[in-house]
Design a protein around this ligand. Sequence first.
Ligand code: 3HC
Length: 286
Amino acid sequence: MTVPEIRRVGVVGLGAMGAGIAQLAIEAGYATVGREVSDELGEKAYERIAHFLQRKVDKERMSEAECEAALASLSLTTELSAFADCDLVIEAVVEDLDAKLELFGALEPIVHRDAILATNTSALSVTEIASAVSTPERVVGMHFFNPAPLMPLVEIVRAELSSEEAVEAAFTVGERLGKRPIRCHDTPGFVVNRVLIPLLNDCLRVLDEARVSPEDLDTAMTAGAGWPMGPCTLVDLVGIDVHVHASEALYEKLREPRMAPPPRIVAMRNAGLLGRKTGRGFYAYD
Ligand code: 3HC
């Protein structure tokens, strides 16, 4: 495959991660297509992006003209066919292997021959996702961190059959998005989640073991270990459901007890206490 210069970027799924990735793409000057399943969800993502760009204007980190130009380069759609002209499509839909397999299978006949397909999966195998297409060399992982516009890292994940060209093109895009990309292989949790997921699970077990409150645990880890935010605040930000899913996926692959989600957060997930996105997790949000 010849990897084209990336001029047009597509983002599938405009939740917190997808909207953040689309924001990065338009700020970097890419013509960007964002897809949601309904116009309402697309509008919600657009408003979120416009809000954060406006904050940058307010703080004089961006001019009004740059903000307008960035927003004008984002087109919203509910149709996958809108990705036909994209050179790179980044998937940020729900963390469900079947959903991702179906999506990649549907995208392959739409995108042009040399387009790269990237997944932002947290803990699923990029190689398994790539098995949905007949051209797996074009599939790579581009794993962003929450909040995507603020966190500098992106893991560029090489799956078993990823081509060198696709990996390097994704790496170059990561740089243009203003990130600090790293290259890694498609192992469970890649680099950061392999370390962070069991660490967060240890933190959450301490809640019960040490009979400490979420507030005090967060104070302990920010004031005593220098974390930028405490583990309960972080899991609320990432999403309790996302964290439970990532833990389960890593436990399934590695069978290390520390990977398994503590019962307390599984119960929270089952009760719909998903963190910021539902207004309630360890903390309550407006
Ligand atoms: N999108 C875009 N812009 C955002 C944003 C978002 N989600 N959230 C905040 N901003 C903007 C806002 O405009 C804000 O300014 P404002 O309050 O004046 O409007 C500005 O960024 C700065 O925000 P904060 O004041 O909250 O920034 P902080 O200096 O407090 O830093 C932080 C925030 C970078 C998130 C920091 O607390 C941090 O590093 N936390 C740790 C996060 C972390 O570890 N993430 C990784 C999670 S694991 C993961 O994602 C893996 C996945 O696979 C599960």
